[in-house]
Ligand binder design. Structure first.
Ligand code: SF4
Ligand code: FES
Length: 254
């Protein structure tokens, strides 16, 4: 069929439409490849480098989220080189985080690290940030943040609010608001998009919300999207991309 491409990923055939990425094929096959900075509904950011794969006849290990699918491609997520380098990237990523009971294993990061045999990182984080709990329904816990940028894109490009961005330099880089103040003093509207997309639980609800007693009809697409995001965030803490389940704390290193 015109406009369709046939690939092999981990020895399994998959057919994709024109314009699809290798990551689309990986996800279609349900292969649990890490994809920490890729919002399932958004464009690839290419920031986390945890989706590296091996492609037959191609040098290096490209990021699957940015790799256009081509007819006849032979891709492996399990190639020893891809697994080794991904494991190194996940080790460095995990090294940015400080474990605690509230951080509950860091969701998708902990899940991906455990699948690569990493129960604790080889380095300790070089920063200490306070938790910003000034908003009423969620917290911004920078000790659980991997700087993937998903929240800033959700806030700036999806919701067009621009309350948060990555600020500072080097080890002091963090998610912050204008003037480096508190979240509550920013233009944040508590729409919940950032909480819904965060892959680690750094942005997470404070508590389980009360039951809905009366539904309100919404007509605006944006209002509907925000409501969906808030429901998702409040019910699960964070959305697990690529079909991964919410991570259970099996790697709470001391
Ligand atoms: S708060 Fe979450 S979504 Fe935002 S940069 Fe950190 S890990 Fe990514
Ligand atoms: S998901 Fe591909 S680089 Fe992050």
């Amino acid at each position: 069929m015109r406009g369709r491409m046939k690939l092999a990923i981990d020895g399994r055939a998959v057919e994709l439409p024109e314009g699809a990425t290798v990551l689309d094929g990986v996800n279609r096959l349900g292969i649990p490849l890490p994809q920490l900075c890729k919002d399932p509904d958004g464009a690839p950011l290419g920031a986390c480098r945890t989706c590296l794969v091996h492609v037959e006849g191609q040098k290096g290990l490209p990021a699957a989220c940015h790799l256009p699918a081509r007819d006849g491609m032979v891709v492996s997520t399990e190639h020893p080189d891809a697994v080794r380098v991904r494991r190194g990237v996940l080790d460095l990523t995990l090294s940015m985080l400080t474990p605690s009971p509230e951080r509950a294993g860091f969701a998708q990061v902990g899940d991906a690290a455990a699948r690569h045999g990493l129960l604790e990182p080889s380095q300790a984080p070089l920063h200490r940030f306070d938790v910003d709990a000034t908003k009423s329904f969620f917290v911004l816990d920078r000790e659980a943040c991997i700087l993937c940028g998903r929240c800033t894109v959700a806030c700036g490009e999806v919701q067009q609010i621009g309350a948060i961005s990555l600020v500072g330099r080097g080890h002091a880089t963090r998610v912050g608001v204008f003037g480096d103040g508190a979240m509550a003093a920013s233009v944040c509207t508590s729409c919940g998009q950032c909480v819904a997309t965060c892959p680690t639980g750094a942005l997470r609800p404070k508590e389980t919300p009360a039951k809905i007693v009366r539904r309100v009809e919404t007509t605006s697409a944006r209002t509907a999207a925000s409501a969906a995001a808030s429901r998702s965030a409040c019910s699960r803490g964070s959305r697990a991309g690529g079909g991964a389940p919410f991570f259970k704390p099996t790697n709470a290193w001391p």
